[in-house]
Design a protein around this ligand. Structure first.
Ligand code: FAD
Length: 391
């Protein structure tokens, strides 16, 4: 079933049907053959390997869980396992796909009219159009639901957008960006599909990141950007709609985090079998085995939680607090696991050539995006106590 039997310890992949398992092994072959050998070089240069897009498109994994026109509609479980598989080899490519196939396609799938879904989703599923998702702003991240300041003003058949966005993945080369802005008339947050080269929308690539360096994040400047009403997502009436998109994509991040931990664990396991000290493989030392087993425990526990939550998603029962707990758990356990992986590599753990160093750095970004640990914790806390800690 799997070429890494020790890390799919409880055989979760057996839950997939044959067609989905076949897809997962095609993804595994592609990531191992095409991504792993080149990714450290792109990470060092902070560049995106655009030549991979064609191969990723051929895999047919963009918007894998979505049911919109042209979308694969294969369900949340295999979608999650594919996100884990990408994260296992490279968290940046997993993030690129999460932004395009998760956040951008998800916004259109969930909040677009039938006509809008027809207009954009098939080409996005084929990856002929690449999407981005513009929610966060320079002055407001966690408090975005109340503090979102980008404005939208109706002007005849158009809308005029003004404001600033920060951290927007894929933005610099995306064909379309979903911009979330507050309607000046009713104060509600609405979504707008802003196409590349629209007058008044400019970008500044964010330089000098120490994590997810392959992901091209940008600040977006919106200055009197005119967008037709036809590009306003017709079913996005308030921030509740944005939160509905994020509930699903947060599960994707929980899966990526499990993948990041799993990739680091597998590198560590291989290394400890090959590296000898005191005349024996370091894998034979009790203290090293302790760390390896704890890593495997973290990966397995996160995967188990994610599997169940994705099954709930497929059954239409996933709640905000489910996704938030999975995201908190998987990212905290990932951060521990990548640290232990680095530890068992000794000094080599900080060299990019052994890959684990990249996972350690990338884990820091995954830990904080799509809701920090604190914010996702407070979402769960609100659900179980009935008391909101948000002001
Ligand atoms: P802040 O909100 O300033 O938080 C700082 C600290 O304060 C955190 O520890 C936080 O948990 C804590 N804090 C805040 N409020 C509370 C509270 N009430 N109680 C306790 N603690 C609190 N956004 C997009 O829209 N699109 C993207 O494509 C995108 N991609 C990203 C990619 C990367 C690599 C990164 C790093 C971020 C990305 N983001 C994106 C933004 C991301 O979602 C935000 O960084 C995240 O929501 C946190 O916001 P912030 O960074 O402004 O932190």
């Amino acid at each position: 079933l799997t070429d890494s039997p020790f890390s799919d310890f409880l055989g979760f992949e057996l839950l997939l049907d044959e067609e989905d398992r076949e897809l997962l092994s095609r993804v595994r072959a592609f990531t191992t053959r095409e991504i792993e050998p080149i990714i450290n070089d792109y990470w060092t240069r902070a560049e995106f390997p655009h030549q991979l897009v064609e191969g990723l498109a051929e895999l047919g994994i963009a918007g894998l869980a979505y049911d919109g026109p042209g979308c694969p509609n294969r369900g949340a479980l295999v979608d999650g396992m594919v996100a884990m598989e990408l994260g296992r080899i490279d968290p940046s490519i997993a993030t690129f796909m999460g932004v395009h196939g998760g956040l951008a396609m998800g916004s259109i799938n969930l909040c677009g009219s039938d006509e809008q879904r027809e207009r954009w989703l098939p080409a996005m599923a084929r990856m002929e159009l690449i999407g981005a998702f513009g929610l966060t702003e320079p002055d407001v991240g966690s408090a975005i639901s109340a503090g979102l300041a980008t404005s939208a003003r109706r002007d005849g058949d158009d809308w005029i957008l003004n404001g600033e966005k920060k951290w927007i993945g894929n933005a610099a080369f995306a064909d379309l960006v979903v911009i979330w802005a507050r309607d000046e008339a009713d104060g509600q947050v609405k979504g707008f599909v802003v196409e590349k080269d629209t007058n008044g929308m400019t970008f500044d690539k964010q330089e000098d990141k120490i994590a997810l360096r392959v992901v091209q994040n940008a600040e977006i400047h919106l200055h009197d950007v005119r967008v037709p009403e036809a590009n306003r997502l017709q079913k996005a009436e308030s921030f509740r709609s944005t939160a509905d998109v994020l509930r699903v994509t947060r599960m994707g991040v929980a899966w990526q985090a499990a993948g990041c931990a799993r990739g680091a664990f597998e590198h560590a396991l291989r290394y400890t079998k090959a590296r000898e000290q005191f005349g024996r493989p370091i894998a034979s030392f009790q203290l090293v085995q302790d760390l390896l087993v704890k890593m495997l425990g973290n990966v397995t526990a996160s995967t188990a939680m994610n599997v169940r939550a994705s099954q709930l998603q497929d059954a239409g029962l996933l709640r905000d607090e489910h996704a938030s707990l999975c995201k908190v758990h998987a990212t905290v356990r990932m951060r521990e696991a990548v640290g232990w992986a680095r530890e068992v590599l000794g000094g080599n753990g900080i060299l990019l050539e052994h890959h684990v160093g990249r996972f350690v750095a990338d884990a820091e970004a995954i830990y904080s995006y799509e809701g920090t640990r604190e914010i996702n914790t407070l979402i769960v806390g609100r659900a179980i106590t009935g008391e909101s800690a948000f002001v």
